[in-house]
Design a protein around this ligand. Sequence first.
Ligand code: ZN
Length: 294
Amino acid sequence: MASETSDLEASAPGAMSDGATGAGADGAGVAADWRAGTAEVWKPLKQPGNLTQRIVLAIEELVDTRQIGAGERLPAERELARLLGVSRPALREGLKILEARGRLAVRHGKGVFVRMSGEEAMRAGLAHVRANLAELFAMREALEEPAAAWAAASATPADVARLAEALAAEEEARRPPVDFERLGALDAGFHMLIVELAKNRFLRQTLDVLQDMLDAGMETTLTIPGRIDQARADHRAIFEAIEKGDAAGARQAVRKHVRGARDAALARVGHGLEDLGNPEGPAGAQREVPGASD
Ligand SMILES: [Zn+2]
């Protein structure tokens, strides 16, 4: 059984060895690890022809018809050989071909997985980003609406002067050529200042959280066409409501602003999804990172 130490095993120790050599940490335990209930999709290969080719075709068909899904782990080698009714060397050869074709991925010490296509991976990633963005903006609303109302209710002339200063700094940063990083930081600073001016110590303790939400390691939504002017008008409306001591107006202005930023950010992610249907590929989705500061 020289095949027990084939090239594939040597290049991915543990990944597919399941105990015969005594080297696999995965051992026989892996067999119990793959998705329960998939045993019925694996059937012995009885048709004539080159065995390796039949193994390749059978596994490809299971992947193409989604009977085993992207990202899913295949049964351990010994178990899979048993389910398919083939020898382990032939199976190993077939898996090697599927790996070379990019259909399967051998992960060191973890097993053999069905690869996602580039499109599937992108789609999954964008769906995740959308969900994160929606939660992020919902939290900003929950935090910033009462902050604006409280800031309006308790604003002193000194508070209003600080806000006016923040607005003026933003105004200056909007002059072309716009440094979006700087403008994004000033925009975030305006929002943080409002939370500070709410004069609620517990709310104030969420400043770091708000900063994290505004950063979120992402590009500002202000780079989206039209967004810079909208944000400018929104900030002015928020400022004027706080200046007048209009709590309800301040709350409303903040809601409009945060929702506008949210819609712009989600639309941008949506464009990333549309780009997937574009033969030139999802370049836009990769280039434009969604953002939350606005
Ligand atoms: Zn803003």
